[in-house]
Ligand binder design. Sequence first.
Ligand code: DGL
Length: 280
Amino acid sequence: MTDQTMTLEIKNIPIKPAIPANAPIGVFDSGVGGISVLQHIHALLPHEHLLYVADSRYAPYGGKTPEEIQSRCFELTDFLIAKGAKAIVVACNTATAAAIDRMRAKYSLPIIGMEPAVKPAAAASKNGVIGVLATVGTLKSAQFAGLLESYGRNVKVVTQGCIGLVECIERGELSNEATLNLLQQYCKPLLDEGADTIVLGCTHYPFVAPLIRQVVGEDVALIDTGAAVAKQLQNRLSVLDLLAPPDQAGEVRFWSNSPSKNAKPVIEALWGGSAEVLAL
Ligand code: DGL
């Protein structure tokens, strides 16, 4: 009998023991992109143990059907729960759009998702034109349509699906010619329309923010949601009395199912330090 399944029988009513506050937080993405969110979580919540899963064998999610993405999300969530996770962060805009409602219906633990920062971008834009770089899956989703409906009414929103960009970042190609060419191609329509604010609507993209900056220049604001997600996670854990004890030193562990031999070096380069990377 494991801690997860152990129950106390009182008058035949099973009582599940509460997950302890020192349990880890599970974080996953279609690949290595969610490490950009993990960095914000680790910086804000240094006492939390973090378990990160890169589903790189199945990346990119952007061209997959919602059903395929939901099935990946269930498998990864089951894995993280089996590892003792007290909460799950879906560090992927595409997976959130396709699966967060189903996940919340299926699981009882807190599930934090993310969406492109249309609302803060609309508030920050001076000229009323914002650009959104995201995966095709995110841009086609009902969730994104709802975001535009709620927060995009008073601004012009120029969207651009970035096919192939996630793959470059999965290979760790953050500053080569091919990645630069893609970014020039994808940022051009946004710049042509006069966007003064660009939303990085995929968690992989902050890793090429320096290259995006090179393409768009200094006057365009780039908006990423990683810090807001970390804050939301902190609030949720605090309300549930699930924040890790302050004397705990947070440990971070990675799993990857990437077929590439470069998985560990790429993860370490993005994380910015040595990392334990286990096979999923
Ligand atoms: N990091 C994922 C996101 O935020 C990338 C999705 C993909 O694999 O296409 O959307």
